[in-house]
Design a protein around this ligand. Sequence first.
Ligand code: G3I
Length: 327
Amino acid sequence: MHASNTVTASLRQLATPQGFFIGAAADAQTLRDDAGYRTLLAREFNMLVAENAMKFGPLCPQPDQYDFANADTLVAFAATNGMQVRGHTLVWHQQLPQWLEHGTQTPAQVKAILKKHIQTLVGRYRGRIAMWDVVNEAFDDNGPALRDSFWLKKLGPEYLAWAFQWAHAADPAAQLVYNDFGIEGMNAKSAAALALVTRLKAAGVPIHAVGMQMHITPEMPVRLAENIARFRKAGFAVQFTEVDVQLPMPVQPAALAQQADIYRALLETAMTSGINTFVMWGFTDRHSWVPHFFKGKGAALPFDEQLQPKPAYAALHAVLTQSPSRQ
Ligand code: G3I
């Protein structure tokens, strides 16, 4: 009997001709250590984002001392494999360097430090990073107030506009994104985020897109398509930037099927709502933040711990094969 010679197309082989970015967060050390992880990332995805390597703390453990090794590894891997890169993230309240977060700098000094950080990081990868998560998670977990973060305390709400302006000056070609979780459905937080980015844009701040992280359990965000539409109507591109669908462990077959249905619905909604960037927060359960942060949860990604495709992968593959009518 002849072995089947139909080679199944990868997600990126289906997505790229449609002008669609299907991506994943990647970890530089895992990329170095795990050949299977490396091969799968290059085969299936046309975009990657650094899970941690481009955050302020990991990059700059001491004042003016940058360690770009991990970030460079990921950017080089993307270039070698014809992948676009998302930059993540310039201004966030987590993973700050200790010398800054617990330092004694004046507000003026903190402003100068942030400006120099953005110029250094965005400048280094100018022309090689398609889009930057400039500000990440500026709202309280449940919105609608701005998070009382290190940046808000030190600089006031102006920090948002400054960050986008500095990033644009450092790389005018990069698409600049406001990224957050909990803004996927129609709720007070997404309404506040829409008002904020609309106000910044009206003031001439170079802000081009909104990233909906999409860290969810197996249920769809409320009125997702309606929410996407209102951001697009306000003039913003929308991206799904950190997709994962966490399940109760030990995982049950029925939950895997439910997860597949959610991944299918998310990708269909993206493709029929004018979204062209669908990035997952990892791609294999072998390397995911979920079990470390949510006790008793896991199995959130389309490949299992043995790098084998799960029903969620088949769902994504089917949607890209059927390529719903793109907006
Ligand atoms: O690198 C150190 C290592 O030297 C040390 O031995 C080890 C134990 O303390 O910690 C390591 O750092 C960890 C880092 O991940 C790298 O593995 C940090 O403790 C840990 O807190 C950090 O977690 C990251 C988390 O952001 C921080 O909040 C996750 O990997 C990362 O997936 C997660 O990603 C965030 C996005 O950036 C923003 N959206 C939410 C998403 C999930 O929290």
